[in-house]
Design a protein around this ligand. Structure first.
Ligand SMILES: [Zn+2]
Length: 135
């Protein structure tokens, strides 16, 4: 004795058809979602790449600015050094001129003896010979 009458077969077929339709819909939905996901992943990936590219550009710009600053600093240092060397040459020349005036002449200073009879070394030479920084 069969368990199914014609109505029951029809109902079973209808339910099978609905189940199959559901499966097809589910597969289609999954495919659609997978497609969307890969699009999102690609977008997120591109966004992240852009972030890193921007950071790399910023780092490069910062490096360039630092190199420019260092180059300017070196130029300033060279200019300062050249100025200091010029000042030293000027001061040494002045000292040499003073020393040329105040020379030992028979135990007296050639320059100072005419003003006040100063023995050698005169106060000017003693002062020039003093070492150390001015106070
Ligand atoms: Zn003198």
């Amino acid at each position: 004795m069969s368990g199914y009458g014609p109505d029951e077969w029809a109902e079973r077929e209808r339910l099978d058809h609905i189940a199959q339709q559901h499966d097809e819909d589910r597969v289609a939905k999954e495919r659609e979602l997978e497609g969307r996901l890969s699009v999102l992943e690609a977008e997120v990936g591109a966004a992240e790449v852009n972030v890193w590219r921007k950071r790399a550009e910023e780092a490069e710009a910062a490096l360039e600015a630092a190199e420019d600053l260092a180059a300017r600093q070196r130029q300033d240092d060279r200019a300062e050094l050249a100025e200091a060397e010029a000042q030293i040459r000027t001061a040494n020349a002045a000292i040499a001129r003073v020393r040329a005036l105040h020379v030992n002449e028979y135990g007296s200073c050639a320059e100072c003896t005419s003003v006040h009879s100063a023995l050698w070394p005169c106060p000017t030479i003693v002062t020039l010979d003093q070492s150390g920084e001015p106070s």
